[in-house]
Ligand binder design. Structure first.
Ligand SMILES: [Fe+2]
Length: 411
């Protein structure tokens, strides 16, 4: 996405965050990814610091800020930080709508009820490795707990543990691209990353595609090379990214121009009329153009496939499969290693991402992978609290959620 960070950027960084900070990048061959070291995210950001970070993401698509002290950096600090990037969005795992779980059911209706932590699926995480690994305390509905050990039996259980298994990985997507205002920025805080390695392969998991022609979770009908690209995923629990800005820039100018005029019809549920959304977005800060979610079926069997406006379904799928195969080429890929204490922020309009294969039914804490994700919508804010109009919140944020003042003021 960008050339190496100039000295000018480094000077600006030191002036804003102190002399112990540094920047390394790009992290990916495509030009994406920037690592900022020595930044403590507990204090409030000044408007100038927030501006610097927003600028960095607008150029690099992925920004990693490692080194947060998990003894003192809390999920309240994380949620306050997230407020600069957009309005934090409650995750469907964390509320009921009309008395039922809202996950992947866009048609559900009724009042929203936030679930307290001890009624969430994530609460079993702390029961899995007592005394060794506990979820960071939180009640916010915006925190999605990502873990691979919801099924660990307590040590005194007489039940036989299920056999360890390696998942196939997820499907390539951008977060919540199926709503009229898609998620703009998502971020992970890493609590635990697997350290166990297979003696033979040197990786955490063995490649689940070895000798397998299983296409799950994808739908059939794509060509073999596209399945191969989709299924080539990192094996140490990293999150896989693809740089859709570099991929767009690598296409012939005439094709870029044609894609800039292309609209896709997105739908929340099968049978909806849906709405038209641009395939190419221009970052308002950096001016960089990128492909937003150029995937025919990014949530197979959950959300309807995308259709290119004014094209037959066949031509539409052919175009989107071709774009997906282009974007997933190795030169646009970046696998981000998760290190405890790292805050990784990504722009969903400039990247695609995918969950890697993970070992489940684990019995050792060395296999544990524990991350917290927050996602944001709307415009950034240089100062907090945010000032989103009630009618905007009503339209775009479940339950018109806003971060409570106590979290914005966390010390
Ligand atoms: Fe995601």
């Amino acid at each position: 996405m960008s050339a190496a960070p100039e000295q000018d950027m480094e000077r600006r960084l030191r002036g804003l965050f102190g002399s112990n900070v540094g920047c390394e990048g790009p992290l990916a061959a495509s030009g994406a990814g920037l690592r900022l070291t020595g930044i403590d995210l507990r204090p409030r950001l000044t408007p100038e610091q927030a501006t610097f970070l927003l600028d960095a993401l607008s150029r690099f698509g992925v920004v990693s800020i490692p080194g947060q002290d998990l003894e003192t950096f809390s999920l309240a600090h994380m949620e306050r930080f997230a407020n600069h990037w957009g309005a934090p969005i409650p995750h469907p795992n964390n509320f009921l709508r009309g008395g039922k779980m809202a996950q992947s059911d866009g048609a559900s209706d009724g009042p929203v009820e936030w679930l307290p932590f001890d009624r969430r699926r994530a609460s079993v995480v702390s029961a899995s490795f007592p005394g060794q690994l506990e979820c960071l305390p939180h009640e916010s509905p915006t925190v999605l707990v990502v873990s691979n050990f919801a099924g660990v039996l307590p040590a005194n259980s007489e039940e036989q543990p299920a056999a360890a298994r390696v998942t196939a990985g997820g499907s390539w997507h951008t977060d919540i691209e199926y709503e009229p205002l898609p998620i703009y920025v998502s971020m992970f805080l890493v609590h635990k990353s697997p350290v166990a390695r297979n003696a033979e392969t040197g990786t955490w998991v063995e490649d689940p595609t070895d000798g397998s022609d299983d296409i799950r979770p994808y739908l059939d009908g794509s060509d073999a090379e596209l399945y191969r690209l989709r299924k080539t995923l990192p094996l140490n629990g990293e999150t896989a990214f693809a740089d859709t800005a570099a991929a767009l820039a690598a296409l012939p100018p005439s094709e870029q121009a044609s894609l800039e005029r292309t609209q896709v019809r997105r739908r929340l549920n099968e049978g909806d009329e849906g709405w038209l959304a641009p395939l190419v977005r221009t970052n308002p800060r950096s001016g960089i153009k990128s492909l937003h979610g150029p995937i025919w079926a990014s949530r197979p069997r959950v959300r309807p496939a995308v259709e290119v406006d004014d094209m037959t379904p066949e031509a539409s799928r052919a175009l989107l499969d071709r774009l997906e195969a282009h974007v997933l080429q190795p030169q646009f890929r970046y696998d981000h290693p998760h290190v405890p204490g790292d805050v990784t922020i990504w722009d969903n309009y400039m990247t695609l991402h995918n969950a890697p294969p993970v070992k489940t039914n684990i019995t050792s804490v060395d296999d544990a992978r524990l991350l917290y994700r927050l996602s944001c919508k709307g415009d950034p804010a240089l100062t907090l609290p945010r000032n989103d109009p009630p009618e905007w919140l009503e339209s775009h944020v479940t339950g018109s959620y806003t971060t409570p003042p106590g979290t914005i003021d966390v010390e």
